[in-house]
Design a protein around this ligand. Structure first.
Ligand SMILES: O=C(O)[C@H](O)[C@@H](O)[C@H](O)[C@H](O)COP(=O)(O)O
Length: 235
């Protein structure tokens, strides 16, 4: 493994293969530790392009997946047969091979709007707490999960007094109505991992670290939180 830089919880790798090797074994060891201690483990994952190879690699890890629940950080409000659905992505790439034995809990509910399904989502996800691992991605606009910059729902999503774990959001700058974990739900995880790729995302990440406006750069609310460490994996 060649790690080109380590600063606090920031790990940068010169190749994506090296990152995948390291991140996959890190996730697997957390899952195994939780299985040993609690007979169960929970892994919450994001959508997007970045995690696809990670999902494929994780799926080949020979662990007790039947004791693992895989769930979502966010969902685009689409039937789970749509290629843009995160449930579809996870089923196609992660719930394969050994990981096909994992339980899966999605967010999408047919015949309901995200708004209507918000409460039920919170109740369902409450049963999965404490989450062992939440793997986040980040957009070039510095959104994470479906917490998009300057969205009217951000105030509610960032309110740590708000006990709801899920929130419906309609982004102004991205397609589809969404369901997202709230900030409180993300920060309640035992392990938070941010997985990013490329030069542009590195710059966005560096700016977010020093940003004081979480409404402009939502990822800052996660990175600069005072409760849970965030491990950043970059290649
Ligand atoms: O859109 C989703 O479903 C996400 O969960 C979102 O937060 C994603 O992680 C980022 O947009 C990064 O996506 P890329 O990896 O495609 O850049």
């Amino acid at each position: 493994m060649e790690e080109v830089g380590t600063m606090n919880n920031f790990k940068s790798f010169s190749s994506n293969e090296q990152l995948l090797e390291e991140l996959c074994s890190h996730i697997v060891s957390i899952l195994q530790e939780s299985i040993e201690q609690n007979e169960k483990a929970t892994l919450l994952v994001s959508g997007g392009n970045t995690p696809k190879p990670l999902f494929q690699k994780l799926s080949t890890a020979d662990i007790s997946w039947e004791k693992v629940t895989v769930a979502l950080v966010d969902e685009r409000w689409l039937p789970n047969t749509n290629k843009d659905s995160n449930e579809f992505l996870v089923k196609q790439n992660l719930l394969q091979n050994f990981a096909s034995k994992a339980n899966f809990i999605g967010m999408y509910k047919e015949n309901k709007s995200a708004d209507e399904a918000q409460e039920e989502c919170s109740k369902t996800y409450e049963k999965l707490t404490p989450f062992d691992i939440v793997v986040l991605g980040m957009g070039n606009d510095s959104h994470t999960a479906s917490l998009f910059p300057n969205n009217e729902k951000l105030k509610e999503a960032f309110d740590l007094e708000n006990k709801n774990l899920c929130i419906s959001i309609t982004p102004a700058t991205a397609p589809y109505e969404r369901m997202s974990l709230t900030l409180g739900a993300i920060l309640s995880a035992k392990n938070i991992i941010l997985h990013i790729q490329g030069e542009e995302k590195l710059k966005v990440y560096e700016k977010a670290l020093v940003s004081t406006d979480i409404y402009k750069t939502p990822i800052s609310a996660v990175l600069n939180n005072k409760k849970t460490d965030v491990e950043v994996y970059h290649s």
